[in-house]
Design a protein around this ligand. Sequence first.
Ligand code: FAD
Length: 656
Amino acid sequence: SPLRADSAVIIKRQAELRDEYDFIVAGAGTAGLTVADRLSEGGQYTVLVVEYGYLDGSHDITATGPDAREPFVPEYRSGTRMYNITSAPLVHTTGRPANVACGCVVGGSSAVNGMFFDRGSAEDYDSWVWAAGEDHEAEYAREWGWDNIYPFFQKSVTFHPPDERMQEEYKMTYDMAAWGGDTPIHASYPPFQWPGTVAVWDAWRTIEGVEFPKEHGDGNATGLIWCPNSIDPSDRTRSYSRRGHYDNGANERTNFHLLPAHRATKVVLEEVEGAEDRTHRAVGVHIAPRDGDMWEDGPRLVRARREVVVSAGSVHTPQVLQRSGVGPRDVLEAAGVEVKVELPGVGFNLQDHAHYTISFNYTTDLTPNPGSLASDPEFRAEADRQWAENKSGPHSSNVNGGAFLPLPFLSNRSEAIIESYLAQDPAEFLPSNAHETVIAGYKQQMKTMARMFASNRSAELEWLVSGRGGSSIIMIKIVSRGTILISPEDDGDSRGNVEPVVDWRTFSNPIDAEITAEFLKLARWFMQTEAMQKTFAPVEVSPGVDIATDEEIIAWIKSRISPSNGHLVGTASLGPKELGGVVGPDLRVHGIEGLSVADNSIMRIIPGTHTSSTAYAIGEKAADLVLRRAKANPLPETDPVELPVEEDPAEEDNGE
Ligand SMILES: Cc1cc2nc3c(=O)[nH]c(=O)nc-3n(C[C@H](O)[C@H](O)[C@H](O)COP(=O)(O)OP(=O)(O)OC[C@H]3O[C@@H](n4cnc5c(N)ncnc54)[C@H](O)[C@@H]3O)c2cc1C
């Protein structure tokens, strides 16, 4: 069994830890476990993964259907599977702070997410290359862009197509060519759809100009899309990084150590004498126990012979870098952290998918509908039976379709909006302490965003198709930029328990409010279409017809918009240093040897998709880059590769 550390066995466990590994991965999340699995699978490298969360394989994590626990119950927040972080007040919208949702357990956010498992459009990934600017585009295009990430999307999952009945009954389509991997991260479709869901799809079919791609996973992710869920169809349990990249056999490798319940408090950097470009080298990480007293000698240095890979997620990767002395000078100095490598983009460029709920009353709703489970005992009994028998039927339903709509389709004001966006001064709506390189980078992003706004090949609005009258309107491109910066109270040397300040700055750029008001108008228009009227006769409940003018609509949206879908990205992003980028095309942190980032913080611009499948693809891509580097730079084999691993009778992994 792997290392399991808890307060009772820390000393013993500390002794088991080696002083040095080939690679140290900070964070056993979605991307981090993917990287660690790939780096260790050949057997020639030793790998340590340090994870702040616990190794928790309980049924609560994997259960779906009626057995699933609502992930937002308090135990998840204040307990052990989610961080308990409150954001800075959302001064441009509600005025209130919000909860920052991110997973804190072996498996990271893939252990707590909603299992909607889609991919973005080709342009979403090409945009990371476009945003590198003309001088650097070719360099970034060699490793990134859709063509270079697509093979890693394919490698990262095992796809289970909808069966013939589902294809016929629900008109589901797919193209096997988009998939083809055999990694045990499963993508599958729920065997049941509510009649209302199918009727909404049919209503969209009556509208001219809407696309219905045969497959969304091949880069054609605009229009009406059936998306899989990250669910293992054999037993309808959550498929997540721990299952696919640790329980898959990685946990039996003697060259792979997982150290849960410990924090990588910082990366230890040493100066490289005489170097002009990469002035520092990462020699290892400081780790500290999560529970119990701090070790007498303080955090322990574990050395990395080859590379440290930071996979702590978009919230904590910038924190780890900043605590290590890598980041914006003013922020580091305010926290009393010695500046090692000034990198102004670390923690800037935060993006997320803001959303709000609208609600319509379906006066002629179809039956059965989700309400039938409560109102119709016979229907409920049959649903229970189907679930008990083979995990099918209504209980197996998961929202797995959506309308992903481009701006030119959803608004006749798209050109005017793009024009007023491009007329902005790039610094105007950025944080006042944004460095000139961050501003220059945003200027290039503006061109990139405008290109996507004008295109029919990338989406701005996501509207889930659930067949219900209440649903979320999700902004899947956002022009406002937020920050995740270490708190001035973080002295840089403690156990790392002072959480960073998350400031989404939702709607700090007024263009976002303007665009999302167009979404609401589109939604209202759709509800009035003949097909929707005929089937459901929807009556608007919220916002309600008295919210009519643009000003009223925007004020209403501002009063309730949620800043996050748990899709935080962009805080250590790909891009040239002079454009506020943090990592180069090889994912190495600018100015530093032996340090790379592999998680969603590298996304330059948020893609028009839920973000977990991209996290896996980034993990696969990162492993490929790191392994290529390792092969090109053979080190003398000084240590035996075999690691001592003891059976731990105290292991309480209550996984099924
Ligand atoms: C509630 C919720 C619902 C979501 N729903 C969906 C959905 O339906 N579909 C979808 O595609 N996406 C969804 N997402 C988003 C998606 O799950 C994430 O974008 C993705 O999993 C992030 O992967 P990551 O590797 O970047 O980070 P994570 O998976 O969050 O991994 C980071 C890991 O690093 C650990 N860590 C942090 N700091 C340290 C440190 N200093 N030392 C050691 N360990 C550390 C953390 O504990 C965590 O385990 C959701 C997210 C949340 C939170």
